[in-house]
Design a protein around this ligand. Structure first.
Ligand SMILES: Cc1cc2nc3c(=O)[nH]c(=O)nc-3n(C[C@H](O)[C@H](O)[C@H](O)COP(=O)(O)O)c2cc1C
Length: 266
């Protein structure tokens, strides 16, 4: 699976080849800093996309989906979470538009639906997924009336465009239960930072169809073997997240390596 991610305003000009100003639904500067080659830098005010450019961005997602499949991906995921453009359009602070992509809920969900529709048309709904983080304020996003907003987005129409919905759970249990109840398709649930037992309970309680693991599998190249053996897990070193080299990505020890290193040190 290849995930399509547009950063929108969560970016910095120095991270682009042409040192371009980031683009966004509206010219609203996000709070926070972006990792760059010169260290973390304040994110600037983005440039607002014209209505025509929004349609062009939808086409970019479509092209990228086609390219992903052509290069061997079996599936494509649309990154609609974590304060990136799809969620920026959904939000009330990053999206101050007064055209067909702003103001009302039907307008604010339009970009997400158009992206899903374009990707599904290009590669087939069966190969398309979308990830959302309903109500999650990460990357300076504010969403009003989250149940109504996501109730409108996660409907029958979207279910015909994607094979699965990946929900990054922000802690609102009522919202999670209503998404589970109303979403007609496959649900993938990420409960950030939860231990493996809690994730297993979500499957047993039928709150989700699939449980992904992120940090745990990053820090444990032999996660499955460790879980089967009931062995302790390596802790992820968060200081290496989003870094520029292999540290924290490909250098965690397997269980046999940890045991050998321990025996050597003793
Ligand atoms: C270093 C790092 C990079 C990540 N990159 C992405 C990404 O590109 N797309 C995405 O949807 N989530 C990304 N995430 C978020 C994870 O997919 C996941 O939601 C998060 O780590 C919480 O789940 P966990 O407790 O299983 O790690 C990233 C997380 C980390 C730590």
């Amino acid at each position: 699976m290849i995930q399509l991610m547009h950063t929108g305003r969560i970016s910095h000009p120095s991270n682009t080849p042409h040192v371009r100003r980031p683009i966004a639904p509206s010219a609203v500067k996000p709070e926070g800093k972006m990792f760059t080659a010169s260290g973390p830098l304040e994110m600037p005010e983005p440039r607002a996309l014209s209505t025509e450019e929004v349609a062009g961005t939808v086409r970019d997602f479509r092209r990228a989906a086609g390219a992903a499949v052509e290069s061997g991906a079996d599936r494509v995921g649309i990154h609609g979470a974590n304060g990136y453009p799809v969620q920026q359009f959904l939000s009330s602070n990053a999206n101050r538009r007064d055209d067909r992509y702003g103001c009302s809920i039907p307008n604010r969900i339009r970009f997400a639906v158009e992206v899903a529709s374009a990707v599904a048309e290009e590669i087939g709904a069966g190969r398309t997924g979308i990830r959302v983080s309903a109500g999650n304020p990460f990357n300076d996003v504010v969403e009003d009336d989250v149940p109504a907003l996501y109730g409108a987005l996660l409907d029958e129409e979207l279910a015909t465009l994607v094979a699965d919905l990946h929900l990054l759970h922000g802690g609102d249990e009522d919202l999670l239960r209503s998404v589970r109840r109303d979403w007609p398709g496959v649900l993938v649930l990420t409960r950030s930072g939860a231990d493996i037992e809690t994730r297993a309970e979500d499957v047993e309680d039928r709150l989700t169809d699939v449980v992904p693991v992120g940090t745990m599998v990053l820090a444990n190249p032999d996660l499955v073997e460790r879980l089967k053996a009931g062995a302790p897990l390596n802790e992820a070193d968060t200081s290496t997240f989003y870094g520029g080299d292999e540290r924290g990505y490909t250098d965690y020890p397997t269980l046999p390596e940890t045991i050998t290193a321990g025996a050597r040190a003793a």
